[in-house]
Ligand binder design. Structure first.
Ligand SMILES: Nc1ncnc2c1ncn2[C@@H]1O[C@H](COP(=O)(O)OP(=O)(O)OP(=O)(O)O)[C@@H](O)[C@H]1O
Length: 316
């Protein structure tokens, strides 16, 4: 019997003294869903994930993961989940094949050693000592160790931090493969393009609370964030000649740019004016807000400056 939700969290609190690291969090994750938890440093993501993994005790609230309370689920629970930490810390004198075999012995349900090594793209390093692997190859080994027990639910903590672009793409393909296998994935990441690419839904956490949750498109749509319109005009055109496009214009030489929540209106006015005035508009582009734009807007509203967002802890 599988539970309706893979993860269900209700009114979760975790306090460290006067610090409310998690401050009344409620959300659920469907079975088979890839779910991303994002937020600035110190938002409480690790605390939530560790409570879900059964590695940290909650102060209060209800948590159900795969039908278990992680705090009391013990070994039976841990056998159902896979955990991929940022730094797993394995014995460097072993090879990936040896380590995968070793970890595999701890689980009742298992994937094949070669199958896992193949899945993470480590076949050509399977027998090399871990100390000779690159950073990206080590992360793939971490992933292999999280997968070998054939978990229903996989926790991925910043899975591509420090990866080069092609390794990132491969890691993304791997997560997509896991989705194809029907696994549930809870992912934390600081890369909004990663959340946008991989996640069915994204939860944005700031200072222990959820400030938004939804599909990447829903987060963008709900915000009415600004699109950016860019175009080129002949060098002799000055601002006073251009009609009101409903937003401030920022010309730089012949390059013009504006940000607006009503791109259609601005485009109609711009092109209508250009046609009647006989002015050539070239290099026209309209960019919708990325998840990163929406994220920065959300956390700024929640009181974190965009500069702090990636680098400094949130005050309590
Ligand atoms: N063991 C602890 N004792 C006291 N305070 C803690 C402890 N662990 C975390 N905190 C505090 O709880 C808050 C949330 O921390 P947490 O590590 O969960 O954030 P995070 O969102 O994972 O951050 P990051 O993106 O930097 O990993 C922070 O204010 C942190 O200082």
């Amino acid at each position: 019997m599988s539970p309706a939700h893979a993860i269900e969290v209700q009114h979760l609190h975790k306090h460290y003294g006067t610090t409310r690291a998690v401050d009344g969090l409620s959300f659920s994750v469907e079975a088979g869903e890839v779910f991303a938890l994002v937020g600035p440093n110190g938002a409480g993501k690790t605390t939530v994930v560790e409570i879900l993994e059964g590695h940290r005790r909650r102060t209060s609230g209800r948590v159900d993961v795969l039908g278990f309370d992680p705090a009391t689920g013990g070994r039976a629970y841990r056998e159902q989940i896979g955990i991929v930490l940022q730094e797993a810390g394995v014995d460097e004198d072993f090879s990936p094949r040896e380590l995968v075999r070793l970890y595999r012995g701890m689980y009742p349900r298992q994937l094949g050693v070669d199958e896992v090594i193949e899945l993470v793209g480590l076949a050509d390093k399977a027998d090399a000592k871990v100390k000779t692997l690159s950073g990206g190859q080590r992360r793939r080994l971490d992933l292999a160790l999280g997968l070998v027990g054939d978990p229903e639910l996989l926790f991925l903590d910043e899975p591509t931090t420090g990866f080069d672009p092609s390794a990132r793409r491969r890691a993304w393909e791997l997560v997509e493969n896991l989705r194809g296998l029907g696994k549930t994935v809870l992912l934390t990441t600081h890369y909004m393009d990663e959340a946008e690419h991989l996640a069915d839904r994204v939860a944005v956490m700031v200072a222990g609370r959820l400030v938004s949750i939804g599909t990447p498109a829903e987060l963008g749509g709900a915000r009415r964030s600004s699109s950016t319109i860019a175009f080129r005009l002949p060098l002799d055109v000055v601002v006073s000649q251009v009609p009101d496009l409903g937003a401030a214009l920022q010309p730089q030489g012949g390059d013009w740019q504006l940000r607006t929540t009503e791109p259609t209106v601005a485009l109609e006015r711009l092109l209508g004016w250009a046609r009647s005035a006989g002015v050539e508009v070239s290099g026209l582009t309209v960019e919708r807000p990325s998840l990163e734009d929406v994220y920065l807007e959300l956390i700024e509203e929640a009181g974190v400056s965009p500069v702090e967002a990636h680098t400094a802890p949130v005050g309590t």
